[in-house]
Design a protein around this ligand. Structure first.
Ligand code: CU
Length: 249
């Protein structure tokens, strides 16, 4: 194969690691986390990244070393055939199995917090995904969803800062995925079911709502805005929506 190609091959892990190191400098890294339990999710993500990264680099180096050492141009002895090693096979089966089991157990509490321990609160809004927009429905002055005084918006979801928010997620047509990168929330919207999603935003601002499931030709433009507002601003926003809606009725 030639040692030139061995060195070229070694560039895979070297450039791979370099890309990871350079990405945050060029702002191509995780979106900023502005949610109360995003840290837990990021920690898990980093743990898995470092673990798989270390295994990747180690296997690439071993591969390079074998290519270098057993280069056909430098070895003129005929190849020797072996029937493998039972011990080695047991080790490389048990090690990944134990690692996967460890990750499965370690992530349980983060999963529980994000997906199982639903706060005892009424839903702030209902978000209905459809090709290719997010329909938002807020309870009106009666505080109840699904009554005639409900307020409607498209693609703009306003929520109060520093408060636990529950969204009832639905879909009108196909599978969509409600993705709030800055809240570390991603949940499939499944036709026929109402799925509660909760998060607690910690900073006022305007963030992305993205569809993370290829849902048709217009999937790319299925983008909304998450408006995190202070409590009074949020109430004003709802009030404006109500006035607007009444004017057009
Ligand atoms: Cu979609």
């Amino acid at each position: 194969m030639g040692r030139f190609w061995c060195v070229l091959f070694l560039l895979v892990p070297v450039l791979g690691v370099a890309a990871f190191l350079a990405a945050p400098v060029y702002n191509h890294w995780l979106p900023e986390d502005w949610s109360a339990n995003g840290r837990r999710i990021d920690q898990l993500w980093y743990f898995i990244l470092y673990l798989t990264g270390a295994v990747f680099v180690a296997t690439e180096i071993v591969l390079f070393w074998f290519m270098w050492k057993y280069d056909a141009d430098k070895n003129n002895k005929p190849a020797e055939f072996t029937h493998g090693s039972h011990n080695l096979e047991v080790i490389w089966t048990l090690l990944p199995a134990a690692t996967l089991l460890f990750i499965a157990i370690m992530q349980m509490s983060a999963w529980e917090e994000a997906k199982m321990e639903k706060p005892h609160l009424p839903a702030l809004a209902r978000v209905t995904a459809r090709q290719f927009e997010w329909r938002i429905q807020y309870p009106g002055p009666d505080g109840k969803l699904g009554t005639p005084d409900d307020l409607f918006a498209v693609n703009d979801l306003a929520v109060p800062v520093n408060e636990e928010v529950i969204i009832d997620l639905e879909s009108m047509d196909v599978l969509h995925s409600f993705f709030l990168p800055n809240m570390r929330v991603k949940q499939d919207a499944v036709p026929g079911s109402v799925i509660p999603v909760w998060f607690k935003p910690t900073r006022v601002g305007e963030y992305d709502i993205v569809c993370a499931e290829l849902c048709g030709w217009g999937h790319y433009k299925m983008k909304g805005r998450l408006l995190v507002l202070s409590r009074p601003e949020y109430e004003q926003w709802l009030e404006n929506l109500r006035i607007q809606q009444e004017a057009t009725q």
